[in-house]
Design a protein around this ligand. Sequence first.
Ligand SMILES: [Zn+2]
Length: 378
Amino acid sequence: MIFRTTPVTARRPLRRVRTAPALRPLRHRLDPARVEEIPFQAPDGVRLGLTRVDPGDSGRPAVLLLHGHTASADMFLLPEARNLVDSLLDDGYEPWLLDWRGSRRLPYNETGQRYTYDDVALYDIPAAVSRIRERIGDRPLSVVAHCVGALALSLSLTAGLVPGLAGVVSQGVFLTPKLAGRTSLRMSLAGELLRSRVDHIPVDFRKVGLRSRYTALFALASRNASCPDPTCQILHNSAWGTGASLFVHENLAEATHDRLAELLGPAPLWILPHLRRIELARTVVRWHDTDQRYRALPPNALDAAGRIDTPVLLLSGSENGLWGDSQRLCHDILAHRQPQLDVRYTEIPGYGHLDTFLGRGAALDVFGHILEFLGERR
Ligand SMILES: [Zn+2]
């Protein structure tokens, strides 16, 4: 059983998130004058983050970057490494970063207020694309999306809500989420926590303390761990208690390893019913079946894949310990069912999941594939 929860919990409508005041500051080493943070709200009133990096000249194609759930735009701006924004700037692009409502930078993510990925697909991503287009006019716009950012994007794309993108790069997962083998085995512990009214699985042991209701979770994560850092253990060895692994340990620079708790926030347990439904369907499905506000989203994104109107690059590390070979599967299924689509698959040897962006060698091993794909359609 995967993402085991009680049926009552799984069917209960999720509460809506409220707007919170301020975003945590971005951490980067760019000239602050080049980093333009744009006041931005989703159409349902939720405050989000939208950032444009000024390339210093005009007329460049734009690229929107979408982080994974509990991460943030920070994952593309690592000051300690050559990051994706550096590579895009040097290659002639104008980078934009969206902090969608699952961002670590938005403090309401730790307060237990709720949403589903439907909201991200219906509100956050299309609104960001519209706002960017207001600024860039008819210049090309591509999207690079990681993990749940890519899942949500797949729902926006198959709903026809973000038409006319120049290209899409999806890292880790896209239309056919399939959790890696051992990931399913330990979700019963998360299920127990859910029943005990715990809202989030923390990652920062220093904040939680030695003795708390999370002690068992951290103890489980520490089993057979080769690294003594509890935050690393819960992400690398356990992925918030799911049993998955988020990165290949040796691929992280020490500075990145030491600030994992800054880069990845607590995981909300109340998203599990939607994730569980997605996992069981083996495709991205919308949560809201009867709420008319969400009728623009397809019930099943894979069945609606014919609506995708842009070339797609599916990326995955060969050692992805969260989504396994989902991307290869996605490529094979789309090639069979939608042969008219331009979809390719590139596997990065020796990489896991997050290290495709956070890894010390990602600029050499990963970003070149992204730039090559984007370069073909600028
Ligand atoms: Zn470690």
